[in-house]
Design a protein around this ligand. Structure first.
Ligand code: NAD
Length: 416
């Protein structure tokens, strides 16, 4: 990987600013984050030693509403990565026209090396360190890579203990028993599915006869793999951090999910029909649809020309660099950009937040209907603009998202 995602995010702003003729002052403004908090998180380990981890919470833009964005636990987390992810959240919320801004958080830690109690202590202390800049009216975290509903429960508990009352609206992605929303966990995968269906319809592709390759087998990659498998589509390769499995007749996704949910990695799965491949081999596997759903900067100028797919559906945030984007465009590969494709998670997070504030909970049917409505509306807007101006879907999505933010800044003015 090695590329700096913050530089990528800024380059994307420059590209869209040029395309839409954005005021240079606004371009300059949008390339900065509103605030970035760096915290030290001391954790007493189970053996009595003290470890100190570094954590971050960044607000990029809260001009249209409170910050919204996940918390990532990974040894690769750094301030620039979190800034980039916060910027992408601004565009995503704006594109879906949600009254929320862009934020993100992260802790530089390998959670697989921590016991459950250590993970809990880390989460509670991290929450306590960032408590002044989160809250239902300020910034509402959610799960991201290596964080989940249990971690959100601890965050909600710390915040609620400080306030002296239960405040479910401080985080989304919680278990339903404490104010979570039905349909939140599979929401990103669900949204990806709606976007893939819509894209295939535009291109006159029959989804069921396409071959599909997915990188990442966690919440996002695992859910979309599951949905596609259940619909009878052929998922020929999937991968996780340990590597990937390939079978041209179609993998048995249900069995693989059962295996990984027990804490196993794909590398250790035993089926002699399946070929083990590396993550870089997976990306250049011949297929119709490629879904990167792990980390950013995996499709770069170094491998873009070797890709052999027709559609890239960005499940991960920032998987394709701007240089790779150009190569893919010239090759005629359709890229459904992250800020549109994976917006299902933040969309249902928004529903969860609304339900928490109102203390009135919806049925799954309503969640999925509203999710589909919002995402398809955004898809149509992006697709139409891209056709009208003969530009990539990503540029079109950015023009819509950035225009809304620019308008909000213009209306509110720059303080003081
Ligand atoms: P997750 O932790 O549930 O799963 C991540 C998956 O990626 C795992 O299978 C892991 O083994 C794999 N992985 C990790 N490092 C890898 C590497 N170096 N190479 C290949 N695979 C690797 O995380 P998630 O929630 O599924 O998030 C995945 C991506 O989707 C991230 O980019 C995240 O920002 C984005 N995203 C997540 C959500 C959400 O609701 N969870 C919403 C929008 C976007």
């Amino acid at each position: 990987m090695g590329l700096n995602p913050f530089e990528v995010a800024k380059k994307q702003i420059d590209i869209v600013a040029k395309e839409m003729g954005l005021d240079p002052n606004l371009t300059k403004y949008l390339k900065r984050v509103e605030r970035a908090l760096i915290v030290s998180i001391p954790v007493v380990m189970d053996d009595g030693t003290l470890e100190i981890y570094e954590g971050y919470r960044v607000h990029h833009s809260t001009v249209r509403g409170p910050g919204k964005g996940g918390i990532r636990y990974s040894p690769e987390v750094n301030l620039d990565e979190v800034k980039a992810l916060a910027i992408w959240m601004t565009w995503k919320c704006s594109l879906l026209n949600l009254p929320l801004g862009g934020a993100k958080g992260g802790v530089c830690v390998d959670p697989r090396k921590l016991s459950k109690r250590e993970l809990e202590r880390l989460t509670r202390r991290y929450t306590s360190e960032i408590i002044n800049i989160i809250g239902p009216d300020i910034d509402i975290p959610a799960p991201d890579v290596n964080t989940n509903a249990q971690i959100m429960s601890w965050i909600m508990d710390v915040y609620s203990m400080q306030k002296g009352r239960s405040v479910p609206g401080v985080v989304t992605g919680k278990p339903v028993e404490i104010g979570g929303s039905v349909g939140r966990e599979p929401a990103t995968g669900m949204g990806l599915y709606y976007m893939l269906e819509a894209m295939c319809e535009k291109l006159n592709f029959n989804l069921k006869s396409q071959t599909i390759v997915i990188q990442g087998f966690g919440n996002v990659g695992g859910t979309i793999a599951d949905l596609l498998f259940k619909e009878g589509c052929k998922v020929i390769a999937v991968s996780d951090i340990s590597g990937g499995l390939l079978y041209s007749d179609g993998l048995e996704i249900d069995k693989l999910l059962e295996w990984t949910r027990q804490g196993n990695t794909l590398k250790d799965y035993n089926d002699e029909r399946y070929k083990f491949i590396t993550n870089s081999e997976l990306l250049t596997t011949e297929c119709d649809i490629l879904i990167p759903a792990a980390l950013e900067n995996v499709i770069t100028q170094n491998n873009a020309s070797n890709l052999k797919c027709k559609i890239i559906l960005e499940g991960a945030n920032g998987p394709v660099t701007p240089e790779a984007d150009k190569i893919l465009y010239d090759k005629g590969i359709h890229v459904v950009p992250d800020i549109l494709a994976n917006g299902g998670g933040v969309c249902v997070s928004y529903f969860e937040y609304v339900q928490d504030i109102r203390a009135y909970f919806w049925e799954l049917d309503r969640i999925n209907k509203e999710l589909k409505k919002i995402m398809l509306k955004a898809f149509e807007e992006v697709y139409e603009l891209s056709k009208e101006r003969k530009i990539q879907l990503r540029t079109a999505a950015y023009i819509i998202a950035v225009s809304r933010i620019a308008k909000a800044i213009e209306l509110r003015g720059i303080f003081p």
